[in-house]
Design a binder for this molecule. Structure first.
Ligand code: NDP
Length: 318
């Protein structure tokens, strides 16, 4: 990073999922020579999935890491400078804004695109982490179709769990919903739809103890919180977590306007944040859709918004 230390760049993009890399492609083609700071998980959440079958343009599907590598190559081809570095601090007190990379290199940016994404919440048990991507998933929309006629469990009691349980019933033969309480958090209408579905069975006041299997999921052990009884469901081949997502926006707390759960607020039909020259796209600002294709769409918007904003600044300065 020494070659850019102390320099002022037009556009710095923080994060390298579909939103950040699409923003990079558009900003590069607008000759803004964007710098992409890839963050702790270059390529974003899709690098932890296997086949992606719902991104338009790939009729045979594509592996998540391969798709993100394609996104990156396309952005680099037009001049984006993608680097493995994590932003450790930002100072938005005056313009150009100061960005600190890996706690040592300081650079300055006229415009910043925040595309830091979100992370699914996990339970954190060893077997869940070991079998992630091998039958354990936090995205039913991405991975549900692999479980045709099989028995899957989904964990959570909110709207996401209801929606994803319903989605899973299109493929799975049986969906067991595990919820830690005896009452769901989800809206009544979503609850009703799920509970009325004959393929869904609910295990109330129950938690996942262990995912069984060496290389792939071969069952689960669940524990009742009412009587501590542990049960093995040995025909389960898929485990879906739907216990919420957390946007990766801690860095911007107190500076960028966010909702109560940390999603950055953008002005309607744009990627403008409350700070001039700072734009937000992808899962860091979208809690409703959270798809690669929608993230890419808002990444494109962010680059176009930044380009127009920079042009306006230049006009005002001259
Ligand atoms: P929520 O935070 O609403 O729900 C998370 C669920 O996971 C809760 O039932 C919670 O249990 C459970 N949970 C959390 N941590 C654990 C844990 N460690 N172990 C076991 N269970 C756990 O998240 P959602 O993703 O469901 O929803 C987020 C927001 O998005 C909400 O505002 C929701 O309404 C909205 N949304 C709307 C949709 C729609 O309208 N179509 C679709 C999807 C989401 P407990 O209840 O005990 O706390």
């Amino acid at each position: 990073m020494d070659d850019i230390a102390g320099k002022t760049l037009d556009v710095v993009i923080i994060g390298s999922g579909p939103a950040g890399l699409t923003a990079a492609l558009y900003a590069a083609r607008a000759d803004l020579k964007p710098l992409v700071l890839e963050g702790p998980e270059p390529g974003g959440q899709l690098t932890t999935t296997t086949d992606v079958e719902n991104y338009p343009g790939y009729p045979e599907g594509v592996l998540g890491p391969k798709m993100m590598d394609d996104f990156r190559k396309q952005a680099v081809r037009f001049g984006a400078d993608c680097r493995w570095g994590t932003v450790s601090n930002v100072d938005f007190a005056k313009r150009p804004y100061k960005v600190t990379i890996d706690e040592k290199t300081e650079i300055f940016a006229r415009a910043i695109i925040v595309s830091t994404g979100a992370s699914a919440k996990w339970l954190g048990i060893e077997s869940e982490q070991r079998l992630r991507g091998h039958g354990v998933s936090a995205c039913a929309t991405c991975d549900g179709a692999f479980f045709r006629d099989q028995h899957v469990v989904i964990i959570g009691g909110g709207d996401t769990a209801m929606e994803e349980a319903q989605f899973l019933t299109k493929f799975a033969g049986k969906v067991t919903l595990l919820h830690r309480r005896d009452e769901l958090r989800a809206s009544k209408i979503m609850q009703k739809r799920t509970l009325d579905n004959p393929k869904v069975e609910v295990m109330w006041s129950t938690v996942l103890e262990e995912v069984l299997g060496d290389k792939v999921v071969e069952g689960v052990k669940v524990k009742s919180l009412k009587n501590e009884e542990v049960t093995t469901l040995d025909d389960v081949t898929g485990v879906f977590l739907a216990i919420g997502h957390k946007p990766n926006t801690d860095l911007f707390k107190g500076v960028l306007e966010m909702d109560e759960t940390g999603y950055i607020q953008t002005k309607p039909k744009s990627t403008y944040t409350n700070m001039p020259g700072i734009f937000a796209c992808g899962d860091a600002q979208d809690k409703d859709y959270r798809q690669a294709v929608t993230a890419a769409g808002t990444g494109c918007m962010a680059a176009m918004d930044a380009e127009r904003w920079l042009a306006d600044q230049e006009e005002n300065d001259s």
